[in-house]
Design a protein around this ligand. Structure first.
Ligand SMILES: [Zn+2]
Length: 313
């Protein structure tokens, strides 16, 4: 893409390649820092130059990691990817020495997102932008068994971005790049609009990694209370719907470490210690406006959850 480029079809932004010139210096599943992850290191036409890159879609800064010039971005709406999927984009850019992103900042499609750089771990590999993309709203970011960080729902960059107006200089033998004129359109998906306003019938997922506050005894009942999820300590459940927030069936949750990594976890959950996440999709069966909560049916139990801990999919 070039600076200022926008690409939108039937109200949905096409996710564009953020680079004007693209020389891929390390592809996915590379020998060292990309082992087990789908990510590209991209430099520009001339090595050693801090070329700018641009917002592939209108996106919001979710997290920053200043030490590595790294930013997690998420599209403000669902976007269309090069493989035809329509979903949220959550992506990481890294090594920007001039990184000035702030959490909450929104960058319109086509505006400058950052500059290639060498901050963090790229000192030996030269100036580039590391980019890694998840086709989902899931912001989990965790180490794999090789010690490299990854998203859930990661896709190859060539399955994510359209290369309209990107000059591909060197592409590590990747040939299946697509431009927006090759979009195969699913008319039904095009009409889908997810507004994050929950109604009975909305499909939702839990958003993030949660810390278990307390376990209901005996453990065989398989329920846990969860401070991070509810935002209050269990003794504070006093009135109305909140009583019912207290115990959430454990069945659909996976024990992870605080970064969302499920490896080496024994799946035996302890209060005040364990972290869990849940990737399932639930249907909202009730809404309570005064407490801004949604009722979900989880393993045969009706559970009220504050809407702020859910996202619509
Ligand atoms: Zn990299």
């Amino acid at each position: 893409m070039f600076k200022g480029q926008k690409s939108i079809k039937d109200g949905i932004e096409n996710f564009l390649c953020p680079f004007t010139d693209m020389y891929i210096s390390q592809g996915s599943n590379g020998a060292y820092s990309h082992k087990g992850i789908l990510a590209h290191d991209v430099r520009g036409h001339v090595s050693g130059v801090r070329y700018p890159y641009f917002a592939p879609c209108t996106c919001k800064c979710i997290r920053t990691y200043p030490v590595t010039g790294q930013v997690m971005w998420q599209s403000t709406n669902k976007v269309r990817f090069a493989n035809g999927r329509i979903d949220y984009a959550t992506f990481m850019t890294a090594h920007d020495d001039t990184m000035d992103a702030k959490v909450g900042m929104i960058v319109p499609q086509g505006n400058q997102l950052g500059n290639m750089g060498r901050k963090g771990y790229s000192n030996v590999t030269g100036i580039h932008c590391h980019i890694q993309i998840s086709q989902s709203a899931d912001t989990s970011w965790y180490k794999n068994s090789y010690g490299n960080y990854k998203f859930n729902n990661e896709y190859e960059p060539e399955d994510c971005y359209f290369v309209d107006n990107t000059n591909i200089i060197y592409a590590c033998n990747i040939t299946n790049w697509k431009k927006t004129d090759k979009i195969s359109v699913d008319e039904n998906m095009e009409k889908e609009v997810v507004d994050q306003i929950l109604h009975v019938g909305s499909k939702v997922k839990f958003d993030g990694i949660f810390k278990v506050d307390s376990i209901r005894l005996p453990l065989s009942t398989n329920h846990f209370g969860n401070t991070q999820l509810t935002g209050v300590i269990p003794d504070d459940y006093k009135n109305g719907r909140c009583r019912d927030y207290h115990w959430i069936p454990l069945d659909d949750w996976t024990e992870v470490d605080q970064y969302g990594n499920s490896q080496e976890q024994d799946q035996i959950v302890y209060s005040g210690v364990s972290y869990v996440l849940n990737k399932n999709i639930y249907t909202v069966i009730g809404i309570d406006i005064p407490t801004d909560s949604a009722k979900l049916r989880i393993n045969g139990h009706d559970v009220w959850v504050f809407c702020t801990y859910l996202y619509e999919v």
